[in-house]
Design a protein around this ligand. Structure first.
Ligand SMILES: *Cc1c(COP(=O)(O)O)cnc(C)c1O
Length: 397
């Protein structure tokens, strides 16, 4: 059996998205800034895509800025808010300890430039507490940035409540919705969102394209300088095929959201229940407040990397930590943020299901993980110490 269970890292492109791109590669290939008709046709497609993306998010199309993906959108959102804040003498930003590195590394850079950053704790359940956001807001706070769904755990954050709080306190609110868009409903009006980042390849669109939404009146700072594309806020010839693919993928994902949730949630819960039966292992993050397809576990006495390789032998593509951190020896900052000790954080497994997964495949995932965990433990000297009582267990049997 071949199971791709790493949809949080990236997704397979949908047929609809691929077909939406094709005409813009060899037919309507003009530069949208050119005045002849093949250019103007591309320009029309671009503006039409902007409106369609805006509609999916219930946003004003004038607030949609196409980018090269989630990372760029995150960078631009934070830098813009910081620059706006600085003009008013507000140099404090609030975010959380388990954000994506596109957020955390940008915040580090801003800190070096004299900004102050508060990273809120995310607690054992991997959820930010609204009352802690409220306590952290100061008169000099210029931005709150909290992700809509965490990429490693899949936990959903109280975005709407945080947004309402920020509105009330007059602070800008950005959300990295890269994992959430196309997987749970996003409505920037209803959820009080001022800025939002999404990325096409996380919802069956192409890689290398995303968008930043910024509410009207928010002055963006350029990350990429050059031509006057994207209302002068993002230079570079527009990635028309990518944008068309993203638009088709977003519409498709949003249209099937209800069915997707209904179908995937019980399969996710079946997977959780199955993996729960493995002794000395625990689900990471809240049981209910999570994306319909994402599951993350820690198992004592194993190495995530060996687990992945053996699962690959069984035809399963999974992840340990996030795609960006696997390959490094440091345990995931997300697992440390929810209080997992180092030795356990190394033994993590993320399975992010695709919407075409079947019950049989879920059962195959459960059996395979159970077998591989058992096999690795039998070979592990670390596990032997746990069994003999030389070392203390972190989890219960
Ligand atoms: C994937 C991801 C990003 C980065 O998006 P890219 O398009 O790959 O740059 C940012 N934030 C989160 C939460 C993600 O999952």
């Amino acid at each position: 059996m071949q199971i791709y269970a790493d949809n949080a890292a990236t997704t397979k492109m949908s047929r609809t998205a691929i077909e939406a791109m094709l005409p813009y590669m060899d037919q309507v290939y003009g530069n949208p800034s050119s005045l002849y008709s093949i250019g103007q046709k591309a320009k029309e497609a671009l503006e039409n895509a902007r409106e369609r993306c805006a509609k999916c998010l219930n946003a004003d199309p004038r607030g949609i800025f196409f980018t090269s993906g989630g990372s760029e959108a995150d960078n631009q959102a934070l830098v813009s808010a910081a620059m706006l804040g600085e003009k008013k003498g507000k140099k404090h930003l609030i975010s959380s300890a388990f954000e994506h590195h596109a957020i955390l590394h940008t915040l580090k850079k801003l800190e070096k430039q004299g900004f102050e950053v508060t990273l809120l704790p995310v607690h054992e359940n991997g959820v930010v507490r609204v009352e802690e956001v409220a306590e952290a807001i100061r008169p000099d706070t210029c931005l709150v940035s909290i992700m809509a769904a965490n990429n490693e755990l899949g936990t959903l954050q109280p975005v709407k409540e945080i947004g309402a709080l920020c509105r009330e306190r007059g602070v800008l609110f950005h959300t990295d919705a890269v994992q959430a868009a196309g997987h749970v409903k996003i409505d920037v009006e209803d959820m009080n969102i001022d800025m939002l980042s999404i990325s096409a390849h996380k919802f069956h669109g192409p890689k290398g394209v995303g968008l930043l939404y910024a509410k009207r009146g928010i002055f963006l700072t350029n990350i990429i300088e050059g031509g006057a594309q994207e209302r002068g806020k993002r230079a570079g010839t527009e990635n028309i095929p990518g944008i068309m693919g993203m638009t088709a993928a977003l519409e498709e994902a949003c249209a099937r959201l209800e069915d997707y949730t209904k179908r995937l949630t019980p399969l996710r819960d079946r997977l959780i229940a199955g993996l729960d039966r493995i002794p000395y292992g625990e689900l990471n993050g809240d049981r209910e407040k999570r994306l319909p397809g994402t599951v993350n576990f820690c198992f004592e006495g194993i190495e995530g990397e060996s687990l992945l390789l053996l699962l690959d032998d069984k035809g399963i593509s999974a992840s340990s930590g996030s795609a960006c951190t696997s390959g490094s020896l440091d345990p995931s900052h997300v697992l440390l943020a929810i209080g997992r000790p180092h030795e356990v954080a190394h033994g993590s497994l993320r399975l992010s299901l695709g919407d075409d997964i079947t019950e049989e495949e879920v059962d195959y995932l459960i059996t395979s993980v159970t077998e591989v965990v058992d096999y690795l433990r039998r070979m592990s000297p670390f596990w032997r110490d746990l069994v003999s009582g030389k070392r203390k267990h972190v989890f219960e049997a």
